[in-house]
Design a protein around this ligand. Structure first.
Ligand code: GLA
Length: 375
């Protein structure tokens, strides 16, 4: 048990509010195990002055745990995942991972770039999903600590890996601030023209992971439009107004209110929400994407990003077969993802913001997950 946690538990007897007593931010490192091929994997835990903790493993740059206070100061882990490396080596739907080289779908696993056609593995029906059979979520990243509140992870993806052109050097920097923000800053460079879409695939449950579904959470999305999809979840190319649809979260609604809206074709295709929203405001500038609140715990998550879109996914494919932390079954809709990103299938959609990265360019992208509480 960490000193902070022992200290917090002692304090809890004296009143939960004192758990928030200021502490010095710190960064701990331990071994998390090995991959199937024997590569060593580490687990880093960042703790801020309020006792909020973020654990991140070098395997897949996965956020394995995120402990945040509720309105009474009581900590809970608000992300789905596993206790051990073994869990992450098993088949799971990208819990907490950084997905790449291309997060989300590319239609039929094909795109052309600079006059050449590229073929990717089709691992999601007819389409390519989340970077292929062994995407960035299944690679070991090199870690470097930044002071006592940050971790930089670097992965070099070889030219041709998973079918993508160019040697791509990707970094993600996780910073845990004393304002209870987990900040993610991505960079990437390439030696040939390539396509790139990096995101974090955390599944949040603000009541605590494994305790129930997320249907009672209230969601606001700062988006007037979304990208409707076909039956295989590839965008049709239209940027459709959310007004008058179950996709209108311009004002807060519970996630469950319209998630099974009868007769809505888009809801049917997604089995609930599994769509990309077109965020308002200028891409490239950090601006609000989403705000989620959970009435019982009072926890609030605000998401800000420089990305043009966000995939809101409600864990429709979870079915209880995966046993997560403490052996808890993760049932349907036990978590939600807010994957800040470029739009799905951008390499085949000339009207969408470009996901092409050229050798002379440096890709940068930022997302902030800010935690707070309300009454
Ligand atoms: C993304 C996709 C979903 C699903 C999950 C992983 O959010 O959009 O359709 O594939 O990843 O299960």
């Amino acid at each position: 048990m960490s000193h902070t946690r022992r200290h917090a538990i002692q304090l809890m007897g004296a009143g939960a509010a004192s758990v928030l007593a200021a502490a010095t931010p710190k960064l701990d490192k331990r071994s998390f195990g090995k991959t199937q091929s024997g590569a060593a994997v580490d687990l880093y835990t960042l703790t801020n002055a309020n006792g909020m903790e973020a654990s991140i493993t070098t395997y897949g740059a996965i956020v394995t745990s995120l402990r945040t206070p509720d309105r009474a100061g009581k900590m809970a882990d608000v992300v789905l995942g596993f206790d051990t490396m073994q869990g992450y080596l098993s088949d799971h739907p990208y819990f907490g991972a950084v997905v790449g080289r291309y997060g989300n779908r590319i239609a039929k696993g094909r795109f052309s770039l600079s006059g050449k056609e590229y073929k990717l593995a089709t691992n999601n029906g007819p389409n390519a999903l989340h970077g292929g059979l062994k995407g960035f979520d299944k690679q070991v990243w090199q870690a470097q600590s930044i002071g006592n509140n940050g971790l930089r992870l670097t992965y070099v993806s070889k030219d041709g890996e998973e079918g993508y052109p160019g040697t791509l050097t990707a970094t993600v920097e996780y910073t845990l601030t004393d304002a209870n923000e987990l900040k993610l800053a991505y960079t990437a460079t390439t030696d040939k023209d390539t396509v790139l879409n990096l995101t974090n695939h955390s599944y949040f449950n603000l009541a605590g992971e494994g305790v129930g579904d997320i249907l009672g959470h209230r969601l606001q999305l700062f988006a007037d439009r979304f990208t409707p999809v076909d039956a295989t979840l590839i965008p049709t190319g239209e940027l459709k107004a959310v007004a008058g649809t179950p996709f209108d979260f311009r004002q807060p609604h519970t996630i469950g209110e319209r998630i099974d809206a009868a007769g809505d074709e888009q809801i049917k295709f997604g089995g609930g929400y599994d769509h990309n929203w077109v965020l308002n405001g200028a891409m490239g500038t950090l601006r609000p994407a989403a705000r989620v609140s959970e009435p019982k715990s009072g926890r609030v998550l605000e998401v800000l990003t420089t990305e043009p879109g966000v995939q809101f996914y409600t864990g429709n494919f979870l079915d209880g077969t995966i046993k997560g932390k403490g052996g808890k079954a993760y049932n349907r809709r036990y978590g939600f993802c807010l994957e800040t990103q470029h739009f799905p299938d951008s390499p085949n959609q000339p009207k969408f913001p470009s996901t092409v990265l050229k050798p002379a360019q440096k890709f940068t992208s930022s997302t902030v997950f800010k935690f707070s509480t309300e009454k």
